[in-house]
Design a protein. Sequence first.
Length: 205
Amino acid sequence: MVKVLVASGNQKKLAELEAVLAELGIAGVELVSMRDVDAYPEPVEDGLTFEDNALIKARAGAAATGLACVADDSGLAVTALKGMPGVLSARWSGTHGDDAANNALLLGQMTDIALRDAAFVSCCALVGPAGDEFTAEGRWEGQLLREPRGENGFGYDPIFQPNDGGGRSAAQLSAAEKNERSHRARALTALAPHIADLVGATVKE
């Protein structure tokens, strides 16, 4: 059994990767969270792209623990804003993690703009203990709504309507529906073969 660190305190991210590995038939991996390893300084996420930040986190985790490490960085990319909020998604309004303020500011900026194309984007990185690096990107295409809808999810979910959501916002989807379709699930699925290589497993067809 090979231990792989998931560089996040969010247990949902660990569970999401576990589900992806199980779906692909990849065995021999024991996922551990940051709660399961000795604390180490969290790196400054000062990258200009999702890939930059995912690699910063994965490299820090691998260096601190000696384990292979998976990390992700994600956010909302709005076509009319040339891909912003992008890596600034969590602090778009100036305060990190203030979802209501971020949503209100973005909707205000987009009030008179007819082009509503947007996508949730996730980049997942895997860094091995020997320094091997792999990245994969997942996109969840959709439209920016004009007002929040739904009570599930977090972040920009209430104002994002995915193209495959049957006319519902991401915040109106069940957790299972969101996990099946989300940008992070797609990125993790693309990264999974590299995890399988790491442990000498195979990905079922």
